[in-house]
Design a protein around this ligand. Structure first.
Ligand code: HEC
Length: 218
């Protein structure tokens, strides 16, 4: 009974595949070729200035913010909440307005586990990509994103948090929270409390003397 019900469906499916292949023969062959090619041929997710937004419009998990450029927010949030595992393609992770990690498709960059690192300039008008890349992006403090983040143990997919094995940064969570609140891209920025302002002043002092462990020679 079951078999009888199923067989017409199967042949119809096969029929439409044949038609589809006939119609898009060249495209299909190109796709196959791309699939067999090396990592350089994996099609990247398009990321431009408009891909980024005010932190408050992303989803906050613990002390950082996530989103997904492929509409797969749920899967990204699930990994972030779990606190370990591989982030899905399209994931966007931010701790402060000016630094972002975006997960490119699998096979894109083996060293960075397909994460692309971004440094942004942020202003009321929005974000401008200042630097982007894989193993060679250096932030405005002279630190190489990858050099620090790769030290996270494998189960954390290059996400550092505080105890994942990365070199620590001399910036406290209190300072980070104030920087997050002060994201200039937000339509309605939060009002900074006196304590936030104090944290920002303290951060200013830290930044004056901060050295990055992976700073390149000057
Ligand atoms: C000196 C080492 C170091 C450098 C350089 C560095 N980071 Fe991080 N990053 C960290 C640490 C440590 C944390 C976690 C801080 C915390 O949770 O309080 C972090 C947190 C983050 C997070 C939040 C998710 C996470 O991993 O916890 C993102 C996103 C991020 N960094 C992106 C970047 C980008 C992009 C660059 C380069 C433009 C960069 N970082 C440079 C050490 C570094």
């Amino acid at each position: 009974m079951n078999i009888h019900l199923k067989s017409p469906t199967v042949s119809r499916t096969r029929g439409s595949w044949t038609k589809l292949l006939a119609a898009t023969g060249t495209a299909a062959m190109l796709l196959l070729a791309a699939g067999q090619g090396d990592a350089a041929e994996v099609k990247p997710i398009k990321v431009d200035d408009k891909s980024f937004k005010c932190l408050k419009d992303m989803v906050k998990v613990r002390h950082f913010y996530v989103d997904n450029l492929k509409g797969n927010r749920k899967a990204t949030i699930a990994v972030a909440e779990k606190g370990k595992g591989d982030y899905p393609v399209g994931s966007v992770v931010q701790l402060i307005p000016g630094e972002v990690m975006v997960k490119q498709p699998k096979g894109f960059n083996a060293a960075t586990h397909d994460w692309e690192f971004f440094e942004l300039d942020v202003a009321k008008e929005g974000s401008t990509i200042r630097k982007r890349g894989f193993v060679d992006v250096v932030n405005r403090f002279g630190g190489n994103c990858f050099a620090c983040h790769v030290k996270a143990r494998p189960e954390f997919d290059l996400v550092c948090e505080m105890e994942h094995g990365c070199d620590p940064i001399p910036i406290t969570r209190r300072m980070l929270a104030a920087v997050q609140k002060a994201d200039p891209r937000c339509a309605k920025p939060d009002t900074l409390t006196q304590d936030d302002q104090k944290a920002l002043d303290e951060l200013g002092e830290v930044l004056k003397t901060m050295t990055m462990p992976s700073a390149p020679p000057k």
